[in-house]
Design a protein around this ligand. Structure first.
Ligand code: PEP
Length: 247
């Protein structure tokens, strides 16, 4: 496996001045990071990130991308538009989009395919709700979510990033234990191994209340190749400590 990847998801937070201060403190605190780093901002701020991060070790990405190529889809942002600015990543299928915007496994797969076709790496989120975990359905749910993407993108599956984000752990302060997370990551790795000859090439990130205190033990697991970080990516010292935990 290559270097770990730490990706921040700012969600619908930020503003021009706050973003600049946050990014500058992150850049000031970085010294030869041992991992890949990315920040995913709301769409209006992507060109700001492009400017601030140029020539730095931090890549940037979008939080969503349209499932359509172009045309009459008011409010949507296409993969080609993102690529015009040099966008490297696009989160697809975040649980908040599945839950509040009705995104299905098929929509998420179409978005992943659009991103790949434009040369953008989709960060495909999968994860179970608390109810599904308690019903013993975790494995079935994450496999179904990933299977839709494998089915749609075929051999390009080795080009994606997967983020395992148990819904009950997102923004709740409840983290999966390293063992719980590793168990699901191993399931996802096995599923990728059946679809590509290079399953280790795919980063499988853990997301769900990862923070400065719990990052090292999660990142030490065999199949945890990095993190997708929500709340802690809005605080430079916390995000920098998570990055340092990759060393
Ligand atoms: C997320 O939104 O992807 C996430 C993991 O959020 P948090 O770190 O705040 O739980």
């Amino acid at each position: 496996m290559s270097r770990k990847l730490i990706a921040g998801n700012w969600k619908m937070n930020g503003g021009l001045a706050a973003n600049e201060a946050l990014v500058r403190s992150m850049l000031d605190g970085l010294s030869g990071p041992a991992c890949g780093i990315a920040l995913c901002a709301p769409a209006p701020y992507l060109s700001q990130l492009q400017g601030l991060l140029q020539g730095s070790p931090i890549d940037w990405g979008a939080q969503d991308v349209s499932a359509h190529e172009q045309g009459a889809f008011t409010g949507e942002v296409s993969a080609a538009m993102l690529r015009d600015f040099g966008c490297r990543y696009a989160i697809v299928g975040h649980s908040e989009r599945r839950q509040y915007h009705g995104e299905t496994d098929e929509t998420v797969a179409a978005k992943a395919q659009r991103a790949l076709a434009a040369g953008i790496t989709p960060i495909v989120c999968v994860g179970e709700t608390l109810q599904q975990r308690e019903a013993g359905e975790t494995e079935m749910v994450v496999k179904r979510q990933l299977a839709a993407v494998i089915h749609t993108v075929g051999h390009c599956i080795s080009e994606i990033v997967v983020a395992y984000e148990p819904v009950w752990a997102i923004g709740t302060g409840k983290t999966a234990t390293p063992e719980q997370a590793q168990q699901v990551h191993a399931v996802l790795r096995a599923q990728l191994a059946a679809a590509t000859t290079n399953p280790k090439r795919v980063h499988i990130l853990y997301g769900g209340s990862m923070n400065a205190a719990n990052a090292a033990s999660l990142l030490a697991q065999a199949d945890i190749d990095g993190g997708l970080i929500g709340g802690a990516s809005l605080k430079a010292p916390d995000f920098l400590q998570i990055i340092a935990a990759c060393a």
